[in-house]
Design a protein around this ligand. Sequence first.
Ligand code: IVH
Length: 673
Amino acid sequence: MSSSSLKDYKNKLNLLEKYNKFYYQDQKPIVSDKEFDKLKREILELEKKHGFDDTKSPSTKIGYKPSKKFQKFKHKVKMLSLSNAFNQEDLINFQKKNINFLALDKNYEFEYSAEPKIDGISASLNYKNGKLIRGLSRGDGEEGEDITENLKTIRDIPLNVSHPDFPEEIDIRGEVFIETDDFKKIEKDFANPRNAASGSLRQKDPNKTKLIPLKFIAYTFGFTSDMKSKNQSDFIKDLDKWNFKTSELNKTIKGVDNLVKYHFDIEKRRFDLKYDIDGIVYKVNDFSLQKRLGFMATAPRWAVAHKFSANYSVTKIIDIDIQVGRTGALTPVAKVKPVNIGGVMVSNATLHNEDEIIRKDIRIGDTVKIERAGDVIPHVISVDKNLRNSNIKKFTFPKKCPCGYDTIKEFNEVTKKIDAVRRCPDVGFDCNRIAKEKLKHFVSKDALNIEGLGKKVIEKFWDLKFIKLPNDIFNLNFEKISKLEGWGSQSAENLKNSINKSKKLKLDRFIYSLGIRHIGQENAKLISEFLGNYSNFIKLKDQKNIEDLSNIDGIGGTQITSLKNFFKNNLNLKVISSLSKILFIEKNITKKKGGVFSNKILMFTGKLNNISRAEAKSIVENNGGKIVSNVSKKLDYLITGEKPTSRKVKMANDLKVKILNQTDFEKISKLRQ
Ligand code: IVH
């Protein structure tokens, strides 16, 4: 690939963007249709030839930023994504976790609804009294775009449903896609069928949508006023009855072995199907079990997407780099001779960890097979040892972090195995590599969201020794910055403003911004809702308060250990304390959840029968309650299981706290009549 063809490609993209803007935004085309089409063709040809890829490319959209023009509406029930599984082991773990959560016998066999994972665009169709009222795109999962008129042009979507069983109100959800044969007719304009469907669906003019033959397959529901079916496979039958199209490949299956067989079967036939699928979705069939299993942060516990293996290519390893991540993990990355895999140029591939290098005996200079699956980072699958030069040496994984610390391998409490990942043990800002990554995390979009302070700028400021700790960002010398190459007084001023703007933030963002291991966005939210304000958060430095957080549904031993380590580190405490003087950390306003335990504080003691602690936590929180681990006057209920701690029961009695046994608890939470 020459840099001049890349330059040519970028220039063409900019020109196309300009034409588009005049055409779509200002409705005043400045070139003829013919000239416009010629430019588009040239761009697509360059992409095909060199594997170029750009978000501005016409292969990823039609028109000029169509998404901004649609009105947004909240989904009544969030549109979530699915967790992924790549092999049998992942499926066994998925099943095991659910068995533990439901406290079922370890040999329990779930019945699953197995459904093809259609690679299109999901949509939610709201029907009231049998009439299609509104159709929304997924959007960010909470809020979607109103694309009703475009959806109405799809013949598979019934505008009216008159069946007597059809609920008074229901959101029917499914996938909008384009069939492979239809795609062939327009393939010169798009990178793949999914992009074609997405572009067409988000056209402002429904007549343009009509030009591309879209299809719709239904597979689930969001809000519903009534649900007669007891399981997913019956619901699919209902969908058929109500005149929605469903997949002919849907099937109920028991046992992980049979899931794998079905996956293999369909994968073989994958390219003979009428539409693109990228895996199989398995859903626990029984709705009552689905309800008990509930949801994690972004996906249901009761479903998983078993992906198909992806595109691959063969290339050579030029070098192996060791990257140190924000949480100290040493990740080996193979620098490879660039190859085009499924339309994307790949020059880096992860080697995951030390064990993986040993297991596959990967060496610099080896010829390797690389896989790229969707948005997952490309990785090395295998080494062709026949092509190995006899003089190349085994790769020795460094035992020290580049910062000088000896690395460690941790014991994983969940798997009861030594971790495959080697880590730098620093939990603060001593290790330069970790500290730099923490800074990038601190300013990132979901943390302080400081515009103009991207990864490259952080690298530069770091090298110039302008910053080392997060609080240094608020003491930058803008005079100096304005004199740097590529900067000026205006850009320095802009940065100053965006840094100032970032000073006011909610507690959950603050907690997330600290980059504590195992405390991602969702856990930061859970902790901030539980603690309420910053002064409770800072009390965690007394260690003993950290244990309380294990009462939150979603927070377990791993997170607690990580928080303890974080708060043991003096530099971390200094950073937090100086940040607290600079920032305005606001409370998170939490929506009060209704339910039988609304605003009530509960505590458990003793072993519960047939129900895991994880499920008990989830029941209490879904019913508006909060769990604590100490008996105090504030406690509303002490729930006793088998062999409760007598000291706790006595204290509760003395404080006149209401004591309930497991049966009472289950009756109140309506688990039992
Ligand atoms: S169920 C809460 N079933 O996969 C679970 N999703 O990564 C909601 N998809 O956004 C999804 N085929 O667009 C479900 N049979 C199927 C599906 C399916 C495709 C897509 C859907 C969703 C994505 C999740």
